[in-house]
Design a protein around this ligand. Sequence first.
Ligand code: CP3
Length: 340
Amino acid sequence: MQPESSHSSFLQALQGEAVAPPPVWLMRQAGRYLPEYRQLREKAGSFWKLCMTPELAAEVTLHPIRRFGFDAAIIFSDILVIPYALGQTVAFPESSGPVVEEPHRTLELSPTIWHERLRLVYEAVHLVRDSLDLSTPLIGFAGAPWTLALYMLTGRSLDAYSATTARRHELENLIPALTDAITFHLDTQLQSGADAIQLFDSHAGLLGEKDFEALVIEPTQRVVEKLRHNHPKALVIGFPRGASKNGYLRYAQVTGVNAVSLDQNVSLLWATDALAGVTLQGNLDPAVLVAGGERLDRGVDEIICAGKGRPFIFNLGHGVLPETPLQNVERMLKRVRSAA
Ligand code: CP3
């Protein structure tokens, strides 16, 4: 159920309104920096078990909302559920990044089979929407085609050069199939109760200008367009992490997203001017949130000042780091919320 947008500063900002103070949520707001997360993960035994047990995924989604009262929740899941649904083996070893094992076999999935494979994710979305206060919107998400294709083809080596040259043919077959899979996954999250969605293109920054256009801009535009067939008013945030200025500009102008999430290396001041017509989200450096103190205060003030008077959502430039002290999150929130 869609919360009353008039009660949600996050949805207002996403629809293009300037809101003061701006709404705030954080990428990876549920996770290892929270003692309640570490405890539940220990009990469950693994990260994947948390993702694939609807009651646990729902509980973890609510942890940061209960503790901090963020202005939006994001469903606890992972971008790698799509490679999993497509038949790849996905593992999250303690000591390294995730492992995605080839080969990917079953690219042609009927909607019924797809729904069955990710049923537990959609159940978690339902559960969260049912237990979340109506005034708190829920964000669904997916990895974008390029970032997912990179994991699927090269595993944890994330070898963009190999993916775009030696394995170009496989890449070009994979992107359209992923575009369909992602659209279906987002569509079903919206049907299950998500109020907005975010597309994570975490490795967009590894591409040169021409490949950025073919592998980030074009497929993202297709996902947004296809999603809006069934959900004409779908609210979409895109995160082409590490893109160049020109890349961010093209992304804001062409893809059809409502909001662009900026990483911490982009000047928000530049973006407020150059990226007119979209809501901006970001972009405090996660390391500054770890540092705390006056550095944190200055970082928050700069961002609040740059985002003032235009549609803006306060967030980090990437996910919360596990070593982030809880009191720094409190301090940041207090400062954002006292801004008028
Ligand atoms: O933001 C949220 O709170 C929602 C949950 C969420 C997770 N992953 C949980 C998670 C979201 C939105 C993601 C997205 C995701 N997953 C991305 C895109 C965003 C980004 O960080 O660039 C990517 C690239 C992945 C793939 C992935 N999953 C990696 C690289 C890792 C290992 C790195 C790490 O932080 O451990 C994961 C595991 C993962 N996904 C964890 C969490 C909370 C840590 C699991 C644990 O050890 O408990």
